[in-house]
Design a protein around this ligand. Structure first.
Ligand SMILES: O=c1ccn([C@@H]2O[C@H](COP(=O)(O)OP(=O)(O)O[C@H]3O[C@H](CO)[C@@H](O)[C@H](O)[C@H]3O)[C@@H](O)[C@H]2O)c(=O)[nH]1
Length: 435
């Protein structure tokens, strides 16, 4: 194997990835956006450009943007961005640019140092800066990213592949989650936006049990797991014992009436899509994609219930991760020195409160679904200690009441001139220390 064919990447646990370029699995990347006012198209465009420019074979990447706001401005911006991508991506790769979201790259701290940069580079840099203003692929790996989170480490996909490329030891890993890291936060993080407790302490702690929760953006999934595969249903047993004997009708009950989608799901579940790198005929795929994207497609199917993203909670990501882990799958954190993705945290109190109210409500809702952590620990394969970690998060909203009372105690004591701490009179059984 020639050295230049090798991709080598180090992970925290000294895990190495030795794989030829053509052996890397294809990857579909999903960016979601909803509101062109709150999430200006320029942010989405930067995220898309940074994804397209990651260090990965270009013929194995596909990027999908879901715009729930159906904004023509976002659409127009993306078509313009594609033209820009044709010069931006080769430029990043040629000069090994690290931050590949143009709006971050062209900030003052990234100005090239003219004393060390070659004249060719300086010329190209200036040229680039002038332009800044301006059911198809079925890949086995899927990455999802919020529109306001750009790629900060172009090798992040290779880091994730350390775990996902078929490696005997890591076969039961369902997804690789990158912690959410934010730029431009408030000084001293007064509202806890950097999620330090959640990610640095809780996240890393549960990483040692069954792995981090799925927390939305910055997550690399195996498609077959999203389609409902369990770790004990190895590729072979699934193909030969289950799907081959299931009738087409049964499969349609699960995946809907699109024959093409059913075929692609069977391929994904049986691992037959692991090496295909080019999309199928794009015209017919687009027609099929329009059909399966319709709001009514999911009626009387298992989407949202057993396959795909779970419904029933506004934190669909945590619930989907719980469904996956309840089958016994594990997950891992990807925390290379340079964070994989950087996002923009809200900075005003009202926005933060709305966001946290949404999260806490969503987490509580999970307790009232079939994916209640206690039920899936008893009847499925969620580990007990992992169940406790989920319960700790799910009850975030309920904990707010005792926490509020506790926080109000010092103020109450000051006003009423009382103390909630022991007064010093410990009763007859207390022996005073000798002087
Ligand atoms: O109807 C909607 C609403 C939101 N979004 C997109 O979903 C993403 C997350 O929405 P946002 O309002 O930014 O929610 P956050 O609370 O910041 O997101 C966190 O929490 C969400 C719910 O748990 C996860 O889906 C996200 O990945 C995670 O970053 C953004 O790209 C939105 O554009 C849509 O596509 N359609």
């Amino acid at each position: 194997m020639a050295t230049h064919d090798l991709y080598e990447s180090y992970y925290n646990f000294d895990l190495k990835l030795y794989v030829r370029m053509d052996e890397l699995p294809p990857m579909d990347m999903f960016v979601t956006t909803a509101d062109p006012v709150l999430e200006p198209p320029i942010i989405t465009v930067n995220t898309v450009l940074s994804l397209l420019a990651i260090d990965y074979p270009v013929n194995k990447l596909a990027c999908y943007v879901s715009d729930d706001g159906a904004s023509p401005i976002t659409f127009y911006s993306l078509t313009e961005a594609l033209k820009f991508a044709k010069i931006w991506i080769p430029y990043c790769k040629k000069h090994n640019v690290q931050v590949r979201a143009p709006f971050r790259y062209f900030t003052s701290e990234n100005q090239p140092q003219s004393n060390i940069a070659s004249s060719e580079f300086l010329q190209e840099w200036t040229h680039m800066k002038g332009r800044v203003s301006g059911v198809m692929t079925n890949a086995p790996v899927m990455l999802n990213v919020d529109c306001d989170m750009f790629v900060n480490n172009p090798q992040i996909a290779l880091h994730a592949m350390c775990f996902l490329v078929d490696n005997e030891k890591e076969r039961d890993i369902a997804y690789v989650q990158c912690p959410q890291v934010f730029y431009g936060g408030l000084k001293d993080d007064p509202f806890g936006n950097q999620l330090i407790i959640l990610q640095e302490y809780l996240g890393r702690g549960i990483g040692g049990i069954q792995g981090p929760f799925y927390s939305g953006t910055g997550c690399f999934h195996r498609r077959k797991v999203i389609y409902g595969l369990s770790p004990n249903e190895t590729t072979e047993t699934k193909v030969f014992s289950s799907f081959n004997v299931k009738s087409v009708e049964e499969l349609k009950n699960t995946f809907g009436h699109s024959t093409k989608l059913v075929e692609s799901a069977v391929k994904a579940l049986s691992g037959l899509n692991e090496s295909s790198s080019s999309p199928s005929d794009s015209t017919s795929s687009i027609e099929e994609a329009i059909q399966v994207a319709g709001a009514t497609y999911e009626f009387n199917t298992q989407w949202g219930n057993k396959v795909g993203y779970m419904y029933g909670s506004t934190t669909e990501d945590v619930q989907t991760g719980l469904r996956i882990q309840s089958k016994g799958w594990r997950s891992v954190y990807s925390t290379p020195k340079t964070p994989g993705f950087l996002g923009c945290a809200p900075t005003s109190l009202p926005v933060i409160m709305v966001q946290q109210a949404r999260w806490t409500t969503g987490l509580l809702e999970i307790l009232f679904t079939n994916n209640n952590p206690i039920l899936v620990t008893i009847f499925e394969n969620l580990r007990f200690r992992h169940c406790l970690a989920y319960l700790y998060c799910n009850t975030w909203a309920m904990r707010s009441l005792p926490e509020l009372c506790y926080n109000a105690l010092p103020a109450y004591c000051l006003l009423s001139n009382t103390s909630f701490l022991p007064s010093g009179d410990y009763g007859p059984y207390y022996r005073k220390p000798k002087q």
